[in-house]
Design a protein around this ligand. Sequence first.
Ligand code: PBG
Length: 334
Amino acid sequence: MTSPFPQQFPTTRLRRLRQNGWIRSLTSENVLTPSDLIWSMVVHDGDEARIPVGSMPDLYRLNVSEAVKAARKASSLNIPAIAIFPHINPSRKDETGREALNPDGLIPDVIKAMKDAAPDVGIICDVALDPYTSHGHDGLIDSEGYVLNDETSEMLVQQAIVQAEAGADVVAPSDMMDGRIGAIRKALEAAGHTNTMILSYAAKYASGFYGPYRDAIGSATALKGDKKTYQQNPANSDEALREVAMDIAEGADMVMVKPGLPYLDIVRRVSETFAIPTIAFQVSGEYAQIKAASARGWIDGDRVMMETLLSFKRAGAAGIITYFAEYAGELLND
Ligand code: PBG
């Protein structure tokens, strides 16, 4: 009987290296560990210990003492750093966001308390005015609602100095004003904070994926209009390289691409072109999508979470800011 199939067997069978766990593990090109994770944490200035965020299941706004506990936990999970984001009481918000410059405000308090409790964990602070402004924009606006570049930069410089003075290890401008990295670097040097690092949100897109975050920090209802005159157009890729080049020239130590998964192509281009530590931000909407589909039983949440986190490594990210850090850190430590 003649076989219906031609007798031509492949000499190369890539499936040989997939046949069982040990060989898959040995030939794995990338690996995810707790030290790749940056814990994205929302803190609030009220008394209540933990306040749930509706659009982000299992995420809570923490008060200062809960944040301290979380910092100790990060240390025990070998998570190297925490990125903190403030929810500010609306009574402390105004047009200019001047609460951002208060040396006794929420963020300086949290930094000091965390550094006290867990000095080995890096603290990364967002530099931008949106948690503090009544209109929800990242900077100062003119009578037409246009965000003013240079005036905003001057405020951001002061905000970064307040954070550095409180003990922040890394300041992370997320506002997308032109020239602010250089201005902040100069001011940090002049104030003696030569070792304070700058993680620039260099390629930050005007994205619909930030929705739940604005809910988490309480700027959602406040925000008038959108952020398209300062954040990048999602259609653009070359422009991200110009943004990154500019921030590196101005003194950024690390750069960020944000959002994460829809912009993996940008993570790859940036990390390959500049060979600078490139951080990806898995933003609130990415977290919410995975949580929502998983809650309905439509996807395996743990598996998809781990797969997305590993994808950032594959794309060339040095680290990942994520709301999953605590949970993923627990799984990875098991
Ligand atoms: C604002 C800022 C935003 C995020 C971090 N810093 C939102 C925005 O630009 O409107 C988003 C984080 C997230 O969605 O998880 N400066």
